[in-house]
Every structure is written in structure tokens, then in C-alpha cells.
Design a protein around this ligand. Structure first.
Ligand code: CUK
Ligand code: CUA
Length: 777
């Protein structure tokens, strides 16, 4: 079917297309019948031997293999590091399902090419500059009552302090916000228990709001901070007007986490350079890394965000760049921020599922520390402070709140939790290991070597109130020798670990060749409910009906001075209009609507040499815009292999040179089809209809209504076949008038709709056969 003849030459086709499809089906059926016996020539033992596998390999394969047509139990969202994207994959298969474009243009999704998505990227402009990349670190799934609800995903950009909102209804980026006061950030995105706020903590201190100050004034003028972005779940957007920040000392704030259950209403942010050291070897000073790890401890910031929100709402703020900031004096007066010494140069701060403990690891300390929330609260209540920092913030003594201190190994970083109460997993960067331990008993339970240099790790729902256990993914920084070499730049390695048993078991290595993922989150697949199509004419980036929505039959081209605006449609296998004629220098705006309702019937659109590209999922309306400043002939076509006649989904943009005059006698090629051509085509169509009737008979006699997938296919096929009526009528009219050329072409168009219907019908038939539908006569 891929080699069906072109629209303009239907007559010379020797074989009826339906019969061709039928033959394909026959061949397929025979292949399916024969194949198992071919495979069974080698048994499992022989394969194990031939491939040099061990029993544990086969077991690992059986634990991770998801047979064709079956689905994964969990879906992971991984940051894509420098790619600026989010990577979506299934667990346990580790099959990559999608790259979601967030901070950078991405052609497949049309992101940054269509006007609608350009508008999203434009929200991320900084100081009038396009920022076409991001360093994504921490994805966060929206939560309800402290557990993932599967509605939204947030991701931060560490390099250019930004947050993005992805709607999990369609896995598309809907919003980017720029932090109004920071110069960079790291401790985002983390969400509160009911996604009231998304937190973003600064990292490298700088004057708030972007002003200049010399490094000599670091202690006085440089500041850190945290921003609480208000989230409006109804609208699915962050609300800058209702968001606020807290000014913090220039301590290099790092990761954050929200409290939950017992510690509800509070948030925690650690820091890694409370020395406030400023390097500068060019000024003869020891480097940052030496000065920033001189002291034994840094500070955990304990913040009462619920109260802070009230203080901000009461207007006790300073406006910086129009954004409300609670200054440190106010924070001290209102009792909003408390510091606790923590092991030096820590990385992760992770609140236990019950919210009772805060787990902190210092990269340069082999212990992981567990702070007790009860003890922290008591110290705050009793005003039991050991000291004040140079800015007057109260410091609670480490010993006052320390519950336990567990030696896990070298370079502990991040912690996640198990479904089993008390059990936690901590990544050991220097040891390249995962430690399994119990934060209640302080006992180390197991250690598993990984390859190599683990950063974050992730368990299923591992940072929620209800971790699911089962699997752990180790997000490794280095792959070194694990995969086939691909040059000096290596992929990253996500290793899947089975944590269901007494001993952790390594199951699978997945190469991730898209930036350096930092954190990932995994949700039960059943909690995600993405749509398969948009309401017809949707601007997918706003979720609203596009004013440019175009219905079948309402396509038009409107000229207004030097502006040419096209309102077109896409449907298998046709772009309307097929010809766009403009003058050199015209501004061309093309709005297209994908009229399809069928699942996965995406069309793409490109015009050669004009950097025009877009993606149209079923129901989507989008716009491309350019100035036709180069005269010439520019083919356009659909970029998705959407049907048997996909190659014919094409057209021409004609850009007439200024002052071009048509020559006398310029005509379309001479018309040439005869009555014989027409009759041959009609015979083909009649034969095709027989095949369709046969397929329909099969489907309707096989309780197809029990299969929603087939019902959708049948609807789609019926729709396609319904479209054949009009060209059929036209063909017959033209034939009656003796216009054989035109009659042949219309008969060809009639046949095309039959071919599409047959194609879909056969897919439905195959589906029924493969799913064991029985005859219901
Ligand atoms: S970070 Cu990179 S491994 Cu940005 Cu959470 Cu720890
Ligand atoms: Cu539409 Cu190819």
C-alpha cells in the first residue's frame, strides 16, 4: 500500500488496492502461523547458552521484559539536564515514551516553530533575550494529600532561574515563569502537599533583583532566597501575582523539600557554602571549593511557609522588580525562618513519608543525619536557640534535633523511601552504591554497587506520603564502559534495581543520550489519564478554542494588503489548500486545523527552505508565520507517514517575483485521460468496494462492539468511506458530460477514500483476529 500510485495517475494501476491489502493480510497470517515453529527450533536453554547468559540475567530479563502490546506499571519523568527537556519512560521496561520539549525549541512537537508554542517559549525570555535551552534538574508531579495525582508536572531550569508547567493531560509545556529576583536557582521544583505552592530556591547568591555589587560587598549585598510560586490548579498555571519570596543569607541555598503530614505547612532548604566564601584565584585567593567546605557544618533552613504566606498577604514585604519579598528582619520578627547546622556541603534534604523526620546527607561526611521534627518544633516553641547567625536568624543546636546519625558510606547525596515503614535508600556518590537503611532504627540493611557515580535515586512515589516500593532507579552520572562506545561524549546510565526482596538486585541498564538527568519521579501508570485527541480547533498551548479553527469546506485564503492569511485543514491525505500563491515580500500566515478524530492520526506540515514546521495532533489548530522574501517555488508536505497516500499529502507555495507577468498561453499540462482510463478506474473502484464489503462483513460478524479500539477504527473508516460519495458523484457527472479526463481524476479521488477506508478496516480486522474475537452470528 505504501507504493500506491499518485493521485494524478490512477488509471494505469494494475492491481486493485483492496486485493493488494488482502494479499498482504494473507501473507501476514501465514507468517504468523509459521513463525512460532521457526522460533521453537531454539529453546530457552539453547538461547541462554548461545548468548552467554547466566540464570540471574534471564531472571532480570523476565522481570523487566514487557511483551509487545503490554504496558508498563509505572511511568517515570526524568529531567533531561542540558537538553532542557523532560524524558518520559516506562518502568520496568525502561522504554522511552516521549521527550517533552520544555525550555528549547523541538521540531517533532512543533515546539517553538508554531506561533502558539513560540508564545510559551517567549514567556521564558530574560532581559529581552531568547533563552533557547535550559538545565533541567528536578521534576515534580502535582500532589493531592501528599501523593501524586498525575495532573501536572513542574520542572526547573537551574541555569536561567525558571520553572515550567507541563499539563499531563497532553504532556505539553503550557507555561514558563522567570524568577523575578534570582540570578540562578537549584532548589526547585518541589510541591506542597496539595500543590498550593511550588518552591524554587536560589543557589549562587547575588544581589536580589539583578543589580550590580562588587564581590567585596558579598556579605552585605549578596543574598540567597526561596520563592513560593502559587499554583492555580483550575487554570493549570502558576500565578506570579500571588507568589512571594523570602530573602535569605548568601549561603548557597541548595535543594528543598516540603513538609508533609506532621510537618505540614513547613518547608526545608539546605545550603552548601554558609562560609560565605568568595573564591577568585585571579585575585590570589584560594578557590571556591576550598573556602566553601572549610567549616564542619552548613545550615538547613526551616521555614514556616504557611505563616510566611500570611505575612506576604498582609503586605509586610518589600517589592523587588514588582515581586513581594519578605526581608530577613521581618522573617526574624515574625518567626518564619530557623537555621540548623547540618553536615557540611550537603546535597539532598528529604522529608520522610510521615513528615516526622528530615534526612540530610553531607557529601563530605560519611554519615546521613536524621533530624526529628518533634524536636525541631519543641526547640522553636521553647525558643531554645544555640546562637544567631550574622543576620540575626536563630540557630537551633544540631544535637537538640538530631535523632540519629547513620554511617552509610562515602559521598551520601539523596534519599528516597520504600513502601516498608522506615526503609530508605540513599545514593552514595563516591562509593558508587545505593544504601538501604532504616531511619527509625538507624541500621544499615544492604548496599548495592552501581555503575558509576550515582546522583539522585528514585523509588516509585518515593518522595510522597505513600511510597510504592518495588523498583528503584539509580541515576548515574557516568556510563564509562557500560555501553557500546559512541565517542568521548557518553550517554548517562539509569539503572533499574529490584527492591522488592531482602537483597537489592540490579536488573537493567538504560542509556539515556539526552543531557544529564538529575532527578526523576515515577508514578503509577494508572493514575495518568492523558487524552487521545483535542476538541476540534484547539490551541493546545492555551487549551482554548483557537480563533483560527477551520472546518472542512470553510478553508479560505484572505489577502489584506501585503498580508496573506490562509485558513486551511489537514486530513488523510490532503492539505487544503493545495496551492498557496503570494507575491514576493508578502507576510504569510498559515492557520491549519487537523480535522482527524482518529487516535494517533497526526499530520506534520513543512514548507521547504522557509524554516516552517509544525505538528498537528488530532483536533489541534496551529499557526505558522513568515515573510515570503525569496521568490520561487516551495513545495510543502505532511511530515508524518499518516496513511498509504501520505506522500501525496503535498502542495505548492508559489512566491511570484515582484513585477512577474504571466506569459500568454501559460496553461496547465494538456489533458489526456480517455473513456477507457475512466472505465478501468471505475472497475478498480468496484473491486475495491468488494474487498471493503468483505472486511465489513468480517468485522460486523465478530462482536466488534466489545472492542472500543475497533469501534473507533470503524467510525474512522466509515467517515473516510463517506467522503467517497462526493467525488463519486462528480466522476459520474463528468462522465455523463463526456469529460473523460476530469471524470477519471474524480474517480481516482473516490478510490483514494476507499483505499483509506480499506486500510483502516484491515487494521480493525487484524485487531479482532489478534484479540481472539469470535464470530457472533
Ligand atoms: S542535583 Cu544533580 S545530582 Cu540538581 Cu538534585 Cu543532586
Ligand atoms: Cu499527513 Cu502524512
Amino acid at each position: 500500500m505504501a507504493h500506491c500510485p499518485k493521485t494524478s495517475t490512477p488509471a494505469p494501476n494494475p492491481a486493485a488496492p483492496g486485493r493488494l491489502g488482502g494479499r498482504f493480510l494473507l501473507v501476514l497470517l501465514i507468517a504468523l502461523l509459521v513463525a512460532p515453529s521457526a522460533w521453537s527450533r531454539e529453546n530457552l536453554q539453547q538461547v541462554i547458552k548461545r548468548r552467554g547468559l547466566e540464570q540471574k540475567d534471564v531472571l532480570a530479563a523476565a522481570k523487566t521484559y514487557v511483551p509487545t502490546g503490554k504496558r508498563d506499571e509505572f511511568i517515570a519523568f526524568s529531567s533531561g539536564g542540558q537538553s532542557g527537556m523532560v524524558i518520559v519512560y516506562g518502568i520496568p521496561s525502561m522504554r522511552i515514551l516521549k521527550y517533552i520539549a520544555v525550555f528549547n525549541p523541538e521540531p517533532w512537537q512543533g515546539y517553538g516553530f508554531e506561533e502558539e508554542s513560540k508564545a510559551v517559549l517567549d514567556q521564558g525570555r530574560i532581559d529581552g533575550r531568547d533563552i533557547t535551552w535550559g538545565d533541567t534538574h528536578h521534576p515534580a508531579i502535582s500532589e493531592t494529600d501528599g501523593d501524586y495525582d498525575g495532573e501536572f508536572l513542574f520542572i526547573n531550569d537551574k541555569a536561567n532561574p525558571r520553572l515550567a508547567v507541563i499539563d499531563l493531560k497532553d504532556f505539553e509545556t503550557k507555561q514558563i515563569v522567570v524568577n523575578p529576583i534570582f540570578q540562578n536557582e537549584h532548589g526547585g521544583a518541589f510541591v506542597s502537599e496539595n500543590t498550593e505552592y511550588v518552591i524554587e530556591a536560589a543557589q549562587l547568591a547575588a544581589p536580589l533583583g539583578g543589580a550590580y555589587a562588587p564581590l567585596e560587598r558579598f556579605n552585605e549585598d549578596y543574598r540567597g532566597g526561596v520563592t513560593y510560586w502559587k499554583f492555580d490548579r483550575e487554570k493549570g498555571r502558576l500565578v506570579p501575582e500571588e507568589s512571594f519570596s523570602l530573602e535569605l543569607p548568601p549561603y548557597g541555598q541548595d535543594l528543598s523539600d516540603f513538609g508533609k503530614l506532621a510537618s505540614s505547612g513547613w518547608s526545608f532548604t539546605n545550603s552548601f557554602c554558609s562560609e560565605r566564601y568568595v573564591g577568585g584565584i585571579e585575585r590570589g585567593r584560594p578557590p571556591f571549593e576550598a573556602g566553601c567546605s572549610a567549616k564542619d557544618t552548613d545550615y538547613l533552613h526551616v521555614i514556616n511557609w504557611k505563616k510566611a504566606a500570611q505575612v506576604a498577604a498582609a503586605g509586610k514585604v518589600e517589592k523587588i522588580n514588582g515581586h513581594p519579598v519578605i526581608m530577613m528582619d521581618t522573617a526574624i520578627k515574625e518567626g518564619l525562618v530557623f537555621l540548623i547546622p547540618e553536615p557540611k556541603s550537603p546535597h539532598g534534604i528529604d522529608v520522610t513519608p510521615d513528615g516526622e523526620y528530615m534526612v540530610i546527607s553531607g557529601k563530605l561526611d560519611s554519615h546521613t543525619y536524621v533530624f526529628s521534627w518533634e524536636k525541631i518544633q519543641k526547640a522553636i516553641r521553647d525558643k531554645n536557640f544555640a546562637d544567631k547567625d550574622p543576620y540575626g536568624l536563630p540557630i537551633i543546636g544540631l544535637e537538640t534535633v538530631l535523632e540519629t546519625q547513620v554511617p552509610l558510606g562515602l559521598g551520601p547525596l539523596h534519599t528516597q523511601f520504600d513502601a516498608v515503614d522506615g526503609v530508605a535508600y540513599t545514593s552514595l556518590y563516591v562509593d558508587s552504591m545505593v544504601a538501604r537503611w532504616n531511619y527509625r532504627t538507624g541500621k544499615l540493611l544492604d548496599r548495592l554497587p552501581i555503575h558509576y557515580n550515582i546522583g539522585h535515586l528514585m523509588t516509585m512515589h518515593g518522595d510522597t506520603v505513600k511510597p510504592r516500593g518495588k523498583y528503584l532507579v539509580s541515576l548515574n552520572k557516568l556510563a564509562i564502559d557500560r555501553f557500546n562506545p559512541v565517542g568521548p561524549l557518553h550517554p548517562q546510565n539509569h539503572q533499574l534495581v529490584d527492591i522488592a526482596g531482602d537483597k537489592m538486585e540490579l536488573l537493567y541498564d538504560m542509556a539515556l543520550p539526552l543531557g544529564e538527568p538529575h532527578y526523576a519521579v515515577a508514578i503509577e501508570a494508572r493514575l495518568l489519564k492523558p487524552i487521545v485527541r483535542y476538541k476540534s480547533g484547539t490551541n493546545t498551548r492555551t487549551g482554548e478554542r483557537s480563533p483560527y479553527k477551520t472546518r472542512a469546506g470553510e478553508e479560505k485564503t484572505v489577502r489584506n494588503g501585503k498580508k496573506v492569511e490562509v485558513f486551511g485543514t489537514l486530513i488523510r491525505s490532503h492539505i487544503t489548500p493545495e496551492i498557496i500563491e503570494v507575491e514576493e515580500g508578502d507576510e504569510v500566515i498559515i492557520h491549519l486545523t487537523n480535522l482527524e478524530r482518529a487516535e494517533d492520526q497526526t499530520h506534520g506540515f513543512t514548507i521547504s527552505k522557509y524554516n516552517v514546521n509544525a505538528s498537528f495532533e488530532p483536533g489541534k489548530t496551529a499557526t505558522v508565520k513568515f515573510v515570503a522574501d525569496t521568490p520561487g517555488v516551495f513545495p510543502y508536505y505532511c511530515t508524518e507517514f499518516c496513511s498509504a497516500l501520505h506522500l501525496e499529502m503535498e502542495g505548492y507555495l508559489l512566491v511570484k517575483p515582484t513585477g512577474y507577468k504571466a506569459k500568454v498561453g501559460e496553461l496547465m499540462p494538456k489533458e489526456e485521460y480517455s473513456q477507457a482510463d475512466y472505465e478501468k478506474q471505475v472497475a478498480t473502484n468496484v473491486a475495491t468496494q468488494k474487498v471493503i464489503d468483505g472486511v465489513v462483513a468480517f468485522i460486523t460478524s465478530h462482536n466488534y462492539k466489545d472492542y472500543p479500539e475497533v469501534v473507533a477504527l470503524v467510525e474512522d473508516a466509515t467517515d473516510q468511506l463517506g467522503r467517497a460519495a462526493e467525488p463519486k458523484k462528480k466522476a459520474e457527472e463528468q462522465a455523463a458530460a463526456g469529460n473523460w479526463h476530469s471524470a477519471t481524476l474524480w474517480a481516482g479521488q473516490w478510490w483514494q477514500y476507499q483505499v483509506k477506508a480499506a486500510d483502516i478496516g484491515l487494521r480493525a480486522k487484524t485487531y479482532l483476529e489478534q484479540h481472539g474475537a469470535t464470530e457472533s452470528k
